[in-house]
Design a protein around this ligand. Structure first.
Ligand SMILES: Cc1cc2nc3c(=O)[nH]c(=O)nc-3n(C[C@H](O)[C@H](O)[C@H](O)COP(=O)(O)O)c2cc1C
Length: 159
């Protein structure tokens, strides 16, 4: 069974989570594909596809949305897993962000739906992002709130 993790990451956290999943899945025999460098990956060769993105101002990246829309029919014929990285402290908001990130039909077809927590990587934020994070999240330094339990459970469910 061939597996791919297809992701988009702004500052590196979704990339990190994708690599963590890849290492523990299918003996590490997993293609990890960044939509930034490969915006239209060929998915016909994969049986299992995991899609990941991160939430900024309430939304997942448009590249992830486009990828899901464009490949919807093909994805519904495969085993899939979906995840987001996000930092909202409210669980209900995080759930809503996940629901808005992926089409309902895909979420219902998915073997695992993961909300993995996230990070504020201050050295990678631009000026505007730093101000936004300070104002909205009241954080002014690098902080990691990755949810390792959610990541482990996700890996178990898609394995
Ligand atoms: C400018 C900015 C806006 C953000 N907006 C949200 C948001 O609306 N909701 C949320 O849950 N997390 C939000 N986050 C947190 C990101 O989802 C988190 O930093 C995530 O780990 C980023 O992953 P990435 O580096 O893979 O893009 C925001 C982060 C930044 C820097």
């Amino acid at each position: 069974m061939k597996t791919a993790i297809i992701y988009k990451s702004r500052h590196g956290t979704t990339c990190k989570v994708s690599e963590m999943i890849a290492q523990k899945l299918d003996n590490g025999n997993v293609a990890v594909i960044d939509l930034t460098s490969d915006p239209e990956p060929v998915i016909s060769v994969y049986d299992k596809i995991i899609i990941g993105g991160s939430i900024h101002v309430g939304k997942i990246q448009k590249e992830v949305q486009k990828f899901c829309q464009k490949n919807l029919r093909a994805l519904l014929k495969k085993e899939i897993g979906l995840f987001i990285c996000c930092m909202d402290p409210d669980e209900n908001v995080r759930k809503l962000e996940f629901e808005n990130a992926y089409p309902k039909i895909l979420r219902e077809h998915s073997k695992a739906n993961g909300i993995m927590g996230g990070e504020f990587l201050f050295d990678k934020l631009n000026f505007i992002e730093k101000i936004a994070v300070k104002k909205v999240a009241h954080e002014n330094k690098t902080i990691s709130k990755l949810d390792n339990k959610a990541i482990e459970e996700f890996i178990e469910a898609v394995a």
